[in-house]
Design a protein around this ligand. Structure first.
Ligand SMILES: NC(=O)c1ccc[n+]([C@@H]2O[C@H](COP(=O)([O-])OP(=O)(O)OC[C@H]3O[C@@H](n4cnc5c(N)ncnc54)[C@H](O)[C@@H]3O)[C@@H](O)[C@H]2O)c1
Length: 97
């Protein structure tokens, strides 16, 4: 029988950065995975953030990915932003631990 706190029951708190074509595919999957609690989404496009935030009801929808990284309860972040943004975003994630 599964116990609380085991990998069978514990949900990973995640953020998602980048909400374009690939990001929206990630969003659809991460929103449905029972193992994932998607708690933050970010993109530079404010209108896109507002629309997807309203559609998903995610707790934090922002144009500043650093707001996701500042939430120490978030355990993992998926980066689906444009290629040129990958390096600085990865460095920010690494710095946030
Ligand atoms: N589209 C696909 O089918 C597909 C498949 C495999 C891999 N990818 C990869 O996914 C990545 C994204 O591709 P895409 O097709 O979704 O591009 P896209 O142009 O549709 O979306 C990119 C998004 O990244 C956002 N963005 C850019 N800089 C950002 C930043 N600093 N913080 C937050 N958001 C930022 C943009 O506002 C945009 O909404 C690329 O690395 C691409 O190679 C895409």
């Amino acid at each position: 029988m599964a116990q609380e706190g085991t990998t069978a029951t514990r949900r990973i708190r995640m953020g998602l950065i980048g909400l374009g074509a690939a990001g929206q595919n990630h969003l659809a999957v991460l929103s449905r995975l029972p193992e994932v609690d998607l708690v933050g989404i970010a993109d530079l496009d404010a209108a896109l953030v507002a629309r997807l935030g309203a559609e998903t009801g995610v707790a934090l929808a922002t144009t500043d990915h650093r707001r996701i990284l500042a939430d120490t309860s978030i355990e993992a972040v998926a980066i689906a932003a444009a290629d040129a943004a990958h390096f600085p975003l990865i460095m920010d994630c690494a710095a946030a631990g």
